[in-house]
Design a protein around this ligand. Sequence first.
Ligand SMILES: N=c1c2ncn([C@@H]3O[C@H](COP(=O)(O)OP(=O)(O)OP(=O)(O)O)[C@@H](O)[C@H]3O)c2ncn1[C@@H]1O[C@H](COP(=O)(O)O)[C@@H](O)[C@H]1O
Length: 102
Amino acid sequence: MTLEDLFAIIQTRKAADPHSSWTAQLLAKGPEKCAEKFGEEAIEAIIEAVKGDRAALTSEAADVLYHLLVMLAARDVDFADVLTELERRQSQSGLAEKANRP
Ligand SMILES: N=c1c2ncn([C@@H]3O[C@H](COP(=O)(O)OP(=O)(O)OP(=O)(O)O)[C@@H](O)[C@H]3O)c2ncn1[C@@H]1O[C@H](COP(=O)(O)O)[C@@H](O)[C@H]1O
């Protein structure tokens, strides 16, 4: 499954019954809660990265990606636009991008 597929599933959960879906339950709590959850998962991933536990980091990274997509959906940001932004950046190095920032 691609991240685009997962984002499409998450989008369908906006209209789903919260009793039937974890994603629907989380979205029903609002964008602030979704953002908080993303932050928690990111911190858990940071902890595993610092510890150097690769198996735990793999699992936490999956949680981070899922919760990033839920946060985007909660604020009606299309994941396709995020990918387009990444594509745009492919044409220049990170150092050049940083130098060109306003
Ligand atoms: N990838 C995920 C995914 N990753 C994590 N989670 C859920 O995210 C929740 C948060 O994990 P936590 O460890 O923080 O658990 P918690 O219950 O919030 O606990 P607290 O820390 O808040 O006490 C868990 O209930 C996980 O099951 C996910 N839930 C769903 N998906 C995907 O989303 C799709 C749609 O899911 P549903 O909407 O539930 O059908 C699924 O098919 C999956 O592909």
